[in-house]
Design a protein around this ligand. Structure first.
Ligand code: AMP
Length: 221
């Protein structure tokens, strides 16, 4: 039995934060396509440079490049029993390719969990988001603050705002979400895999609902 799940929702809906919390509960790794792309920042290749430029504009990386990166990650040993996919798939062709990939890997999708929040809340959350560039932990100045202001609890690094969290880029990311990713909601509803979660609540209140939704789906098979 495998536990592959997708976290769906607009930028700032808490996908990364919840994914980290689900790792311990579900025992499968968190795979974030955005993190995989950010990790390519150090690579000095034309493709890596092009990907950083696309991200800086808030646009989507082409499906072919995205699929190559995610496929390689899913083939690693720790993902054999499943994975929590965060930020992937983001387009219908990516979702279709994922089905093929999972079939090759002998897995299947247990659920697509949609984190529902309003556009106003997206703006509030993203403007307060801070990340540790050293260990990649994510915080929010109000909702999930570090013990000492602007300092990472894990490694004491100075926290920063993600460059694509600046308001102009967030607007474009939200636009891309509505036009290219939101169609996945119907896609997964039609497939009987969609579970909608009220993500306007506190971080700690949301995780148990996600865990319960995943467990009921995994147990049913
Ligand atoms: P995230 O960390 O999920 O907000 O992703 C940051 C950025 O990485 C996005 O704004 C896109 O430019 C790019 N990205 C991440 N995941 C994908 C994907 N599945 N398809 C295309 N672009 C992606």
């Amino acid at each position: 039995m495998t536990t592959f799940i997708i976290l769906l929702g607009p930028p700032g809906s808490g996908k990364g934060t919840q994914a980290e919390r689900l790792v311990g509960e579900l025992g499968v790794p968190h795979i974030s396509s955005g993190d995989l792309f950010r990790a390519m920042k150090e690579q000095d290749t034309p493709l890596a440079r092009e990907i950083q430029a696309i991200m800086a504009r808030g646009e989507l990386v082409p499906d072919s490049a995205t699929l190559r990166v995610v496929e390689a990650r899913l083939q690693e040993d720790d993902a054999r029993a499943g994975a929590i996919l965060d930020g992937f798939p983001r387009t219908v062709p990516q979702a279709e390719a994922l089905d093929g990939l999972l079939a090759e890997l002998g897995g299947r999708l247990a659920a697509a969990l949609l984190l529902n929040i309003t556009e106003d809340e997206v703006v509030t959350r993203i403007s307060g988001r801070r990340v540790c560039p050293a260990c990649e932990r994510v915080y929010h100045v109000v909702y999930n603050p570090p013990a000492a202001a602007e300092v990472c609890d894990g490694c004491s690094g100075a926290l920063l705002q993600r460059s694509d969290d600046e308001p102009r880029v967030v607007c474009e990311r939200y636009r891309q979400y509505l036009s290219k990713t939101a169609p996945l909601i119907e896609h997964y509803r039609d497939a009987g895999l969609l579970v909608e979660i009220d993500a306007m609540r506190q971080i700690e209140a949301i995780t148990p609902d996600l865990v319960a939704a995943v467990r009921s789906r995994v147990d049913a098979h």
